[in-house]
Design a protein around this ligand. Structure first.
Ligand SMILES: C[S@@+](CC[C@H](N)C(=O)[O-])C[C@H]1O[C@@H](n2cnc3c(N)ncnc32)[C@H](O)[C@@H]1O
Ligand code: SF4
Length: 373
C-alpha cells in the first residue's frame, strides 16, 4: 500500500529524509546523489516540503526519530537549512521526537551552520570522516582533508552537540593495518559518542567497481575480517560497545533511527529514491530529483515502485538484521539443530530465549546468516 492509500494499522514513528545533492561525487558511492545547481536545490526543497505535508496529512505519525541523509544535507546554506528545518516543525508534530540526526560532510560545515542545526532541534550528527589519512581521503575522492574533518568535529562540539557519530571506512585499496589502527586511535582521541565502521563495498555502477574489475583494486575476506577484528579490539578496549556489526557506541548512545530498521519497525522515507516500509508493503520514491519535483508539483505520487513482502521475506530480513545486533534474535526463529551446531562451533551463543553472534561469529557474520536462513 503506498502513502496514497489509507491504512488501518499502527502509528509510524520513524522518518527518513533523502537529500540528493553533493558538492563532489565520491567514486565508491552508490547512494542516489547528484551535483545540482542552485535552482535545482531550491526547487527540490519546495518539492520535499510538499511531500512532507502530504505524508503528515495522510499517515498516522508520532515521530520519535528523524534521519536527514543523502547525499549531503549540509551542502545547503545556513539559511536554506534553517528554512527547511523550520518547515519540518510546522508540518510535523515533533512533541515525541527523541533523535534528529543529520549526515554532515566535513567539506561543508561551518560554525553558523552547526549553530543553526542545533537551534533548529537537530540533536545528533553523523560526520562522514571515512579516514584520517590524507592519501586515502584523496583516493576516496573526498572534498576534505583530515584537518578539516577534525575542525568540523570541534565545530559541532562547540555548537553544543553532545551526540556525534563518526563514519569510517575500512579495507580500502592499499590501506594497511597500521593506517587503520591510526584512524581508529585518532577517532578515539576525539571521544565521539558513536562510531560507524563500514567495510568498503564495491557497488554497482561506481568508478571503484570498474577499477576493481580492471584488476586495479582487490578484496579479500581474510583482510576484511582482520580489519573488523582490529576495530572490535581497539574500540571495545576504549570503552565502546560493539552493539551492531558496523556500529559502536558509548552507553546510552545507540543510533535509535537505525535500531528501528534493525528491529523491523515501520518507517516512512521522503525525498527521491527513499524507501518506506509499512507492514507487508515496501515502496520507493522515484530516484530522480527532477521527476520527483515534477510529480509533486503536479500533485502526483512520487512513488515509483511498490513491493509486497511475504512472511518468508520478512523472516529473512528479521534474521539477517537481528543477527547483526548484540541482542540477536529469538532462538525459536531458526532451526534448533542448526543453532546448536553453530553454538558448539563457537559462532553463536544463547542467552535465555535468544541467540546472538559470539566474537568469532561476528567475524563471519555473513556466512553464519546464510547458514541459518
Ligand atoms: C549516505 S553516505 C553519506 C555521508 C555524507 N554524504 C558523506 O559522504 O560524508 C553514509 C556513509 O556510508 C558509507 N559508505 C558510502 N558508500 C560506501 C561503500 N561503497 N562502502 C562502504 N561504506 C560506504 C560512508 O562511510 C558514508 O559516510
Ligand atoms: S559518500 Fe557522501 S559525499 Fe560522497 S557521493 Fe556519497 S553521499 Fe555524496
Amino acid at each position: 500500500m503506498s502513502e496514497n492509500e489509507t491504512h488501518p494499522s499502527n502509528v509510524i514513528r520513524h522518518l527518513y529524509v533523502h537529500f540528493p545533492f553533493c558538492a563532489r561525487i565520491c567514486p565508491y558511492c552508490a547512494f542516489y546523489k547528484t551535483r545540482g545547481n542552485a535552482a535545482e536545490v531550491a526547487r527540490f526543497c519546495e518539492a520535499l516540503a510538499s511531500e512532507a505535508r502530504r505524508v503528515a496529512k495522510k499517515l498516522p505519525l508520532t515521530l520519535e526519530t528523524i534521519f536527514f541523509g543523502g547525499g549531503t544535507p549540509t551542502v545547503l546554506s545556513t539559511a536554506q537549512l534553517k528554512n527547511l528545518l523550520e518547515l519540518f516543525h510546522e508540518i510535523f508534530d515533533l512533541g515525541a521526537l527523541r533523535e534528529w540526526s543529520i549526515e554532515a560532510n566535513p567539506g561543508s560545515v561551518s560554525v553558523k551552520k552547526a549553530a543553526a542545526l542545533r537551534e533548529s532541534g537537530v540533536n545528533r550528527i553523523s560526520l562522514g570522516v571515512q579516514s584520517w589519512d590524507n592519501e586515502l581521503l584523496h583516493l576516496l575522492g573526498r572534498e576534505h582533508d583530515a584537518a578539516q574533518a577534525e575542525e568540523s568535529f570541534h565545530i559541532f562540539r562547540g555548537a553544543g552537540f553532545s551526540n556525534i557519530s563518526i563514519d569510517l571506512m575500512f579495507a580500502l585499496p592499499g590501506q594497511t593495518e597500521v593506517q587503520w589502527r591510526k584512524s581508529l586511535q585518532k577517532t578515539i582521541m576525539l571521544q565521539p559518542e558513536h562510531i560507524s565502521t563500514y567495510c568498503l563495498t564495491y557497488e554497482e555502477d561506481t568508478e571503484f567497481l570498474a577499477r576493481f574489475q580492471r584488476g586495479e583494486f582487490s578484496a579479500h575476506d581474510e583482510t576484511e575480517a582482520r580489519f573488523l577484528e582490529l576495530a572490535m579490539t581497539t574500540l571495545e578496549r576504549a570503552g565502546y560497545e560493539h552493539y551492531e556489526i558496523s556500529n559502536y557506541s558509548r552507553s546510552g548512545f545507540h543510533a535509535e533511527h537505525n535500531r528501528a530498521y534493525w528491529c523491523g519497525a515501520d518507517y516512512i522515507g521522503i525525498g527521491p529514491s527513499a524507501f518506506s516500509t509499512r507492514g507487508f508493503e515496501r515502496w520507493q520514491n522515484v530516484a530522480d530529483h527532477n521527476e520527483y519535483a515534477r510529480r509533486l508539483f503536479a500533485n502526483a505520487s512520487p512513488v515509483a515502485s511498490i513491493e509486497k513482502l511475504t512472511p518468508a521475506m520478512k523472516r529473512t530480513e528479521h534474521i539477517a538484521l537481528g543477527l547483526r545486533t548484540r541482542e540477536g534474535i529469538v532462538a525459536d526463529t531458526i532451526d534448533q539443530i542448526q543453532a546448536e551446531e553453530l553454538i558448539s562451533n563457537g559462532l553463536l551463543a544463547r542467552n535465555d530465549s535468544r541467540v546472538f553472534l559470539t566474537r568469532a561469529g561476528r567475524l563471519l557474520a555473513d556466512s553464519v546468516t546464510i547458514e541459518v536462513l
